[in-house]
Design a protein around this ligand. Structure first.
Ligand code: TRP
Ligand code: ZN
Length: 866
């Protein structure tokens, strides 16, 4: 096998968007026969192939690590000389326009550590094909514009694999000799191979049903290990809510008779939308109060919805090529965000989503890996499942919805789905449908697909008492990004309002379109200078700089009627104070304390919203506001302000903490909000250094009937050096050592800790008997979390960089996709002092010097050095 596959180590190829060509051969039908066994699985495939257009090119079937044991054309076994392998692909010359091509291959799923293709996880056999995993299962044109009807036959040992699932509808099943059995599944909807899935294993089912808007009954199944069945109720509720929501909001109905979800423990991503058979990372299915936080519950709801919504935005209408990834991901994230907002609080959901966007996407967009939501080239497509494609992609759709209004937006999506149902299309097709259906001109707006980088908008408001008018001058700058030194002005929709400071009222919310590099807007009827509220609702994914005073911000933090803008004013107030302190200025922080007091004592406010507004911006967000990040100064300033706020408002914190103690667990918004606020209060109580702080936290940790309060208490204790810290970590470990998802929290809490010895503790935890590189959740819990802990990761010794680089090097040999995801934190060296930058670069160079490095890590590390 080895010699057939060995190739000379060529420089990795770069795939370019402009090089797209329609497929030479189509595959309208495929029959797959799986003889499943973890050690040796045999896969027989029969492809009906048809020549696409007039050409004489051979059939090329992608393969990755496959050896054909047999190749047949129209039933005739070919000689070795009648086919050959080229970069893993099987090349066969075919004489006519239509043929039947058969291949036979063998795999060992149990030794597939990449978790791409067919692999074993916790005794199950399952698949992951997006983006290019199908070529690790069988020879096939592995590209999303080749759509086929699948007919899948599977055979396996009945005792070990009593449940056999695949896409579409179950057709037949039966027993065989020798304790084996079989099943046949057919999917009537043509689909690209990245949506293929099968699962075999000993699974229990939470079975339910849903009646669609046209009255069809759909059988729903959530398949998990028997012991996990009690933890599937929330996912099932989320699924039914999603199905109803997509009918109500987008008019989209489910189309098969069954919809199955399977939870697996080892998974490279969150979940996968395979047609009729979604496969999930178990962390986005399993939830109960004992082990799941409210954030986990929301994560389950959001990801179940996301994958379900893909049935239309992704599956029924799919991508022509992987440069169009945001076509399905940006749109589907926008859909799941809207759904979650409808299920809970719009205000809080928007704040959470923007926080994630800024933490992940703005960082990406300002560094060496910046790319537009529709990239121009890639080396390894797995590296492009990014915050830019997903989250900025969602913001771009959100802006369209805002500019069109709900009704026209719906007309646009209706046209898009109807026009392209069953087809593989491009982002441009989407934009054209939105222009036509939504009656809008998106000519300039298309630059959001082309240009990377977060636009900066300067907003200056000047008042002229003589004419009783104000002039708002807006200026935009789109920063240079790799490969894009010069930028064109973007079309930026900015919601704004002007507040009368005497009455705290405004004359209406307006949508301004900033389309020029610099533009002015004049508003009349202002005897005194109003206060500017801009980018309300975070209407555009931009960075806004204003000339507003701390008094203006304090005013908005108390009076803005747009909840996001109100939150934002408070954050900006805090940022200004903290950046001032970091720069050694003696900035007055009284306004921050007063703003927090106001929020805590305003009975009209939702506690969940209050909890969001009163937390200080993260250390990483503060770093993003600086040219050169000083992690130690940021930590010190934030810590000091936290202590000061804690002390100034101590009686309030004690009061809030006591009052929010619930009597029994509930998942209502009110109960979730109370927990969020209670945890924030606890945090300040401990931060202020109250003598009984650790005891209060330990009591909350011990007495809580839910993980939200237990983990928050543990996290708060982990930041300090009390005896309670050690005790709580031990108790937590002993209680949950057998439950992988919960043990992840134990690793993650320590990796996130704002504690001077975190870097040493992470080193120890990497050697812990429960740490393993084989499980991506565990790796992310330790090294992923640590790399996001700015103060600890950027320890000036460089030890943090070394730990992460060691992990990348070791993991690359097992699971390159997950290894590559740890590279970007090392690539932010330009934003750090020379000492740190040099250490970071040295680690990137050490990674690149490794022999046999994957394409995944090579691409990320080499781009990060530029
Ligand atoms: N399409 C999946 C989603 O958005 C993403 C995904 C699942 C994925 N598994 C993957 C991407 C493996 C890359 C590799 O929900
Ligand atoms: Zn998705």
């Amino acid at each position: 096998m080895a010699d057939m596959l060995s190739t000379t180590a060529a420089a990795p190829t770069i795939i370019r968007r402009v090089d797209y060509r329609a497929p030479d051969w189509l595959v309208p039908d495929i029959a797959l026969d799986f003889d499943l066994d973890p050690a040796l699985t045999r896969i027989h495939a029969t492809l009906s192939v048809t020549r696409n257009g007039d050409h004489d090119r051979p059939l090329r079937l992608d393969g990755d690590g496959l050896v054909p044991l047999e190749v047949k054309v129209d039933g005739r076994l070919l000689d070795q000389g009648e086919w050959h392998l080229e970069a893993g692909a099987l090349i066969v010359a075919l004489p006519g326009r239509a043929h039947s091509v058969e291949t036979l291959v063998e795999l060992a799923p149990e030794s597939n550590s990449k978790l791409m293709g067919l692999y074993a996880s916790g005794g199950l056999l399952c698949t992951q094909c997006e983006a290019e995993g199908f070529r690790r299962i069988t020879f096939f044109p592995d590209r999303p514009d080749v759509l086929s009807r699948y007919n899948v036959h599977m055979v396996a040992d009945r005792a070990r694999f009593p449940v056999l699932l695949a896409n579409g509808d179950p057709i037949e099943q039966g027993d065989l000799e020798g304790g084996r059995h079989w099943a046949r599944w057919k999917d009537p909807f043509p689909k690209p191979c990245y949506l293929f899935a099968l699962v075999a294993g000993d699974l229990a089912c939470n079975a339910d049903r849903f009646v669609t808007m046209s009255g069809r009954e759909v059988q729903l199944g959530i398949w998990v290990k028997e012991a996990d069945l009690p933890r599937t109720a929330h996912a099932m509720k989320a699924l039914k809510d999603s199905m109803a929501w997509d009918e109500r909001v987008y008019g989209r109905e489910y189309d098969l008779d069954v919809f199955n979800i399977v939870a697996v423990a080892d998974f490279n991503f969150g979940a996968m939308e395979n047609k009729g058979l979604n496969i999930f990372n178990s962390r986005y299915i399993l939830a109960d109060p004992e082990t799941a936080t409210d954030i986990d519950y929301d994560g389950v709801e959001g990801v179940v919805a996301h994958e379900y919504f893909h049935n239309w935005s992704g599956n029924r209408v799919t991508c022509r090529d992987w440069f169009q990834l945001s076509l399905k991901e940006g749109f589907t994230v926008f859909r799941d965000q809207s759904f979650s907002a409808d299920m809970g609080s719009h205000a809080v959901k928007r704040i959470e989503d923007v926080r994630i966007l800024r933490a992940a996407q703005f960082q990406e967009d300002s560094g060496p890996l910046a790319h537009p939501i529709r990239p121009e080239s890639y080396m390894e497509i797995s590296n492009f499942y990014t915050a830019t494609i997903y989250n900025k992609g969602a913001e771009v759709i959100r802006m369209m919805a805002l500019m069109m209004g709900a009704e026209r937006f719906r007309a646009g999506t209706d046209l898009y789905f109807d026009r392209h149902d069953g087809a593989a299309v491009t982002c441009e097709d989407f934009v054209l449908a939105m222009e036509e259906g939504g009656r809008i001109d998106l000519t300039q707006f298309r630059r959001w697909y082309e240009q990377a980088g977060t636009p900066h908008v300067r907003a200056l408001l000047t008042h002229d008492p003589a004419s009783q008018s104000v002039e708002l001058t807006l200026e935009q700058v789109v920063p240079a990004t790799p490969g894009q030194p010069d930028k064109q002005p973007m079309a930026i929709p900015l919601r704004m309002a002007l507040f009368d400071s005497a009455t705290a009222k405004h004359h209406g919310d307006e949508l301004l379109m900033l389309t020029e590099p610099k533009q002015s807007f004049v508003f009349t009827g202002f005897a005194s200078a109003p206060v500017l509220s801009i980018n309300r609702g975070f209407s555009a994914p931009v960075i806004v700089e204003t000339n507003r005073s701390q008094d203006d911000l304090a005013f908005l933090s108390a009076h803005d009627d747009d909840p996001f803008a109100r939150y934002e004013a408070m954050q900006q107030l805090m940022v200004n104070v903290l950046i001032g302190h970091i720069g050694g200025q003696n900035v007055d922080d009284g306004s921050v304390i007063e703003a927090i007091r106001n929020a805590l004592t305003d009975p009209a406010l939702d506690p969940a919203f209050v909890a969001e507004t009163i937390r200080l911006p993260s250390e990483a967000y503060l770093g993003d506001q600086m040219q050169i990040v000083d992690p130690d100064a940021i930590h010190a300033a934030r810590d000091a302000l936290q202590q000061k706020i804690g002390t100034a408002l101590e009686p309030l914190w004690r009061d809030v903490h006591a009052k929010t103690k619930a009597n029994g667990f509930s998942l209502s918004s009110a109960a979730k909000g109370a927990r969020k606020l209670r945890n924030a209060a606890l945090h300040y109580l401990v931060a202020l250094g109250a003598e009984d702080g650790p005891a209060i936290a330990f009591a909350q940790f011990s007495e809580a009937d839910n993980m939200t309060e237990r983990q928050a208490a543990l996290g708060t204790l982990a930041n300090g050096t009390s005896a309670e810290r050690v005790a709580a970590l031990d108790i937590f470990y002993n209680r949950y050592a057998a439950d992988a998802l919960t043990l992840d929290k134990w690793f993650q809490t320590q990796a996130f800790a704002l504690h001077p010895e975190t870097v040493d503790q992470v080193e120890e935890l990497g050697k812990h008997k429960d740490f393993t590189l084989n499980n991506p959740n565990r790796v992310r819990s330790l090294y992923g979390a640590f790399a996001g802990n700015q103060w600890a990761f950027h320890h000036k010794s460089g030890k943090g960089y070394r730990l992460v680089a060691d992990c990348i090097i070791a993991l690359d040999k097992l699971n390159p996709q997950t290894a590559a995801r740890l590279v970007p934190p090392l690539g932010r060296w330009k934003r750090f002092d020379e000492g740190r930058a040099g250490l970071m670069r040295a680690e990137l160079q050490r990674i690149l010097a490794e022999p046999d490095l994957s394409k995944d890590v090579t691409e990320q590390a080499s781009k990060s050095l530029d």
